[in-house]
Write a protein that binds this ligand. Structure first.
Ligand SMILES: Cc1cc2nc3c(=O)[nH]c(=O)nc-3n(C[C@H](O)[C@H](O)[C@H](O)COP(=O)(O)OP(=O)(O)OC[C@H]3O[C@@H](n4cnc5c(N)ncnc54)[C@H](O)[C@@H]3O)c2cc1C
Length: 410
């Protein structure tokens, strides 16, 4: 055993020529269509619609979606590559893809065939956008504590409540909304009784309220939602009643690999800017790259990016193979990549000296964005909790940890 895997081969990150071809295509697109407008988007906090339309033409919104539902197919590794390449240039743009994935995952995993046929193809084609409405003013990490309620009246559900921090809410056409449909049987089972519903944006009683002025991920907006007697038919219930908490956790297990990839891309973008700058900037009569302290710094940054990238790709590969260890690896990748990315970006700003803190230089914006990756889709403390519990589960199944100890922590 190579703790916690069975063999050393489990650590291999397999990437094919198709992955590289796809990476090049995304890089070319982003350099041509997005990079020249990145600063404008950063300042206006708006992504021009033509960029989203061109992304749709490239098929980017269909990556990871089976062809049967109008997508391009492709695996988690392709999704990771795409997020990384987009974030290297414009972090906020990747949120559109991330929130689509958050909307689609519970439907793909647990939805009815009718829901799949109706909601997946328009998103895969980039004609419609999805959003994922779980968090509330009361509760983010404590998902089971949410207070939005759905009550069954005849063959319909009536939903009332308020959601907070919902990414892409102002552009989304469809939402998956988590609501409590029955009280928890007891304190230990409070995760039971939550149910997901699909709500379309024009449904009476459904309103997108204020969007926040957030520090980073500009171009995408996180907003509040109000649901007042919103009626949806029972066909809009996703999966089994009461199982929504578990569906949300299964969704995060998959999507948080994308957040790790976002952080790797941001770190890469900041690193490349710093690398270029230290070879141009002169001090004491030489380019500052001449000083060993600067060289050490660059190498340390690179080591952090390498390790975060490898961990992220490993988590994606394990997810592609549907290995039980992937949840553990995904949580590790999310907290590790987002934390080292902050260190890398902060150092990239230091290496720019004074100009590093000026917005027009374009490096500080990565720091403002990476901070959010440490919080959304499960704050990093929660990632560590998930990773530890998952590790114990894996070891328990392999008979590597005494049952009484495993029971205490899972
Ligand atoms: C820009 C942005 C976009 C977002 N987009 C979405 C979205 O599209 N859909 C959606 O549903 N939500 C979204 N969120 C919400 C996000 O998922 C939550 O903010 C996040 O889960 C943290 O919840 P919270 O803000 O309530 O913090 P809290 O849960 O109040 O946590 C505060 C702090 O306490 C720590 N903490 C909490 N519980 C524990 C514990 N048991 N052990 C140790 N530490 C703990 C946390 O790590 C954190 O540091 C978004 C958030 C942001 C900032």
């Amino acid at each position: 055993m190579v703790f916690p895997f069975d063999t050393i081969q489990d650590y291999s990150v397999v990437l094919t020529p198709e992955h590289e071809m796809f990476r090049k295509a995304v890089r070319e697109f982003v350099e041509r269509e997005v990079a020249p407008r990145a600063m404008e988007i950063e300042e206006t906090d708006e992504v021009p619609r033509d960029i989203l339309r061109k992304m749709a033409e490239q098929g980017f919104f269909g990556i990871g979606i089976p062809e049967k539902y109008g997508g391009q197919g492709g695996d988690h590794r392709m999704g990771v590559i795409m997020s990384e390449e987009i974030c290297r240039v414009l972090p906020g743009l990747s949120v559109y893809i991330g929130t689509n994935e958050l909307f689609l995952t519970p439907i793909m995993l647990f939805g009815s065939e009718e829901q799949k046929q109706k909601y997946i193809p328009p998103i895969a084609r980039g004609e419609k956008f999805g959003a994922f409405a779980v968090t509330e003013p009361c509760c983010g990490s404590d998902v089971a504590g949410i207070q939005t309620k759905a009550e069954k009246v005849g063959n319909k559900w009536v939903i009332n409540g308020r959601k907070a921090f919902i990414s892409s809410a102002d552009v989304a056409d469809y939402f998956v909304v988590l609501a409590r449909t029955y009280p928890p049987p007891d304190k230990r089972l409070r995760y039971l009784g939550l149910t997901f519903f699909i709500v379309e944006k024009d449904t009476p009683g459904f309103k997108v309220e204020q969007c926040y002025h957030k520090m980073g991920l500009h171009g995408d907006h996180a907003c509040e939602l109000v649901l007042e007697n919103v009626e949806v038919p029972d066909e809009n219930r996703v999966g089994e009643e009461g199982m929504g908490f578990l569906y949300a956790m299964e969704t995060f297990d998959r999507t948080r690999i994308g957040v790790a990839a976002q952080a790797v891309g941001m770190a890469q973008g900041a690193f490349e800017m710093a690398f270029k700058y230290v070879h141009q900037r002169q001090a004491f009569g030489v380019p500052i790259a001449y000083f060993q302290a600067i060289q050490f710094s660059l190498v340390e940054m690179m080591a952090k990016i390498f390790s975060a990238r490898l961990l992220t790709y490993l988590a994606a590969k394990l997810a592609d193979e549907d290995r039980k260890e992937y949840t553990f690896a995904a949580s590790l990748a999310k907290f590790y990549a987002t934390e080292v990315a902050e260190e890398v970006i902060s150092e990239a700003i230091n290496l720019h000296g004074g100009v590093g803190v000026i917005r027009e230089t374009g490096v500080e914006r990565f720091l403002r964005s990476v901070k959010i990756t440490q919080i959304y889709e499960g704050a990093n403390n929660i990632q560590k909790l998930v990773a530890y519990r998952q590790l114990v589960r894996i070891l328990r199944e392999k008979g590597q940890i005494p049952e009484e100890i495993a029971k205490l922590v899972t």
